[in-house]
Design a protein around this ligand. Structure first.
Ligand SMILES: Cc1cc2nc3c(=O)[nH]c(=O)nc-3n(C[C@H](O)[C@H](O)[C@H](O)COP(=O)(O)O)c2cc1C
Length: 324
């Protein structure tokens, strides 16, 4: 079963992906945060930089797009193919209000007739306009407001030659909080011919074991926040499995030296590459929102990180955190 690192906008750019892979590894496939397709049909500098093969040192990278217009989507898929990718992932899960309002992300699930037409013309375009074939995978939620929508979403997806379906079994209205509706996994697996990757709330080695044992036919699992809270979570799972020891239900403590080295390398690389130190500050604050759980007694330094106005204040706060 392959392991995938979920796309996390604002966090998992190429510097994070490379550094995570170097320090923790164990991931077969990484996904880019979404590239929002628009009428300009041009990749932004930041998006291009994130995609360039020479910037990426991970085993496999899948670019993700967020789209609501077939022709624009095909234009972006073509640009992404020209950079060297043979697979593109379509985001049908983003729950944010502004994205949904544009009919993108999980907004694609609002009107299933529109979704059906979109997929029909997208797959038609992929089969007729491309010299070299491109595979399309989707990352989807199961509906907007009601569990009764799930079988209808499934029946639309089942019509198309989707390469892989990444299933995040929540409704749009659930955002990221309410428990995942794991009960739909089996019926989706039975109906879809496309292989399935499960995503959602794999936050401990035991969670990983449970999903792998409950659904052995999955093509893969995708992990997101679990690896931000506990970067070595998957390593702990693999280690316990290989040693045939009990799989822990709580993440073992992170190695503090390794976490510090990971952090310091990440910050140094971001400062080297990103022109605006405040962007580094912003990204690191996002990351600490998750990684901070490894320092339960360091309330003061964590607060200082959150409040830091520049990189100097940030570095001071982080130093005291690592000494705590
Ligand atoms: C801060 C943040 C940013 C995200 N950005 C994206 C994104 O760009 N594309 C996407 O498909 N999902 C995105 N997601 C959703 C995650 O990929 C994932 O589906 C979600 O966090 C559930 O998985 P997890 O419980 O393993 O974290 C984002 C989630 C968060 C919390």
């Amino acid at each position: 079963m392959k392991t995938c690192f979920a796309p996390l906008e604002g966090i998992t750019g190429f510097i994070f992906r490379n550094t995570y892979h170097e320090f923790y590894g164990g991931i077969d496939e990484y996904y880019t945060p979404f590239i929002s397709v628009n009428q300009t049909r041009k990749l932004k500098k930041r998006e291009l930089e994130d995609l360039l093969p020479e910037n990426n040192r991970v085993p496999r990278l899948i670019p993700q797009i967020l789209a609501n217009n077939t022709e624009d989507a095909l234009a972006y898929i073509r640009m992404i193919q020209e950079i060297g990718y043979d697979t593109v992932n379509l985001n049908m899960g983003c729950p944010s209000g502004t994205v949904v309002a544009k009919g993108k992300g999980s907004g694609m699930l609002r009107d299933l007739k529109v979704l059906d037409n979109f997929l029909e013309s997208l797959f038609y375009g992929l089969s007729t306009q491309f010299f070299e074939p491109v595979k399309l995978s989707v990352k989807t939620r199961i509906g907007i407001r009601d569990m009764e929508e799930a079988p209808m979403v499934l029946s639309v997806l089942a019509k198309y030659p989707i390469h892989e379906v990444i299933l995040h079994p929540r409704l749009q209205k659930d955002f990221y909080k309410v428990p995942v509706h794991k009960e739909v996994v089996s019926s989706w697996q039975q109906t879809l011919t496309a292989p399935m990757i499960y995503n959602g709330d794999l936050n401990s080695p035991r969670d990983v074991q449970d999903i792998c044992q409950s659904y052995p036919d999955l093509q893969g699992i995708m992990l997101g926040r679990g690896l931000l809270w506990h970067p070595s979570m998957l390593n702990s799972y693999v280690e316990a499995r290989n040693n045939t020891t009990e799989i822990p239900s709580v993440c073992p403590p992170e190695d503090p030296k390794k976490l510090k080295a990971f952090h310091d390398t990440l910050v140094a690389r971001m400062l080297e590459t990103m022109q605006e130190p405040n962007n580094v500050l912003h990204r690191m604050k996002e990351l600490w929102f998750y990684m901070g759980c490894n320092y339960p007694d360091a309330t003061k330094p964590l607060k200082a990180i959150k409040k830091a106005r520049n990189m100097q204040e940030y570095q001071l706060a982080v130093r005291s955190l690592f000494l705590s």
